[in-house]
Design a protein around this ligand. Sequence first.
Ligand SMILES: C[S@@+](CC[C@H](N)C(=O)[O-])C[C@H]1O[C@@H](n2cnc3c(N)ncnc32)[C@H](O)[C@@H]1O
Length: 281
Amino acid sequence: MSTIKDNYFKLKQLENEYLTPSVIKYLLIDANNFSNFSQLILHFDNNCLNEEKLFDNAKKVINGYPYQYVLGHVDFLDINIDICPEVLIPRQESEQLCLIAKEYIDDYFKDEQIDILDLCSGSGCLSLYLKSKFYNSNVLGVDIKKRCVDLANQNIKKLSLTNIKYIQKDIESFISNNTKKYDILICNPPYIKDESSVDKQVLKYEPHDALFASPNYYFYELILSNYEKLFNDKFLIFFEIDEDLQQDLTNLINIYLKDNCTFIFKKDLYNKTRFLIIYKV
Ligand SMILES: C[S@@+](CC[C@H](N)C(=O)[O-])C[C@H]1O[C@@H](n2cnc3c(N)ncnc32)[C@H](O)[C@@H]1O
């Protein structure tokens, strides 16, 4: 049997674009049933548990299989959520969207009781994060896919959250049957036009129904054209978007929203226009 340290250096020799040093640490934490990085460091000279699983997992990652699916969970800002291959892996851009949303909600709703809607909720990452920060909120998430809804509900339990639930519905039928009004929408819908702009590993391993929309502004138009039905007089909307959508979305706002709404596009860490915030406060 080898020590954790020995295996760390064995895996370091196999490093590639997918098996990076930080992924190696995640795999070692997982194989040894640790819960965090500090435990790994503290026990670095101990014998390594589950070596066969460790190297099997490393092999999958080296071949391009996402390490998040191998582990079955992922860090999203300061929460850790479960994930599975039928559900989109949460992205760094979505973490940024949550941080932007948190700042606006802090500014405009302070400690008020708020109703948050997460349309196309997937793993629930966006609304789980907001719920973990705004204890006074009630949260509803909606996704068309049963596996997403089951996983998001599992994440509620994992994080011991209350007043939050996920339901399985097509967004169109959700909107047409909806009678409640919300204060906040957070939404990262499918928005990619075609396969040409998508990384080959993403295409190979992640669910296509989470990626593509036709036309690519379909979900935004559905929401914006129904905004009076969905939102209270004072509201905040946070969309993740594709940078190519800026003009189309500006047109849709001009068509559907009344004058006293404000909107702003923001860039992500790669300097791409990635977020649209619309508000009336
Ligand atoms: C880009 S993923 C976003 C998931 C999650 N919100 C996130 O940020 O990681 C889009 C989600 O929309 C869901 N979806 C696709 N079509 C839908 C529809 N017609 N109605 C509701 N949800 C839909 C997919 O199942 C997928 O989970």
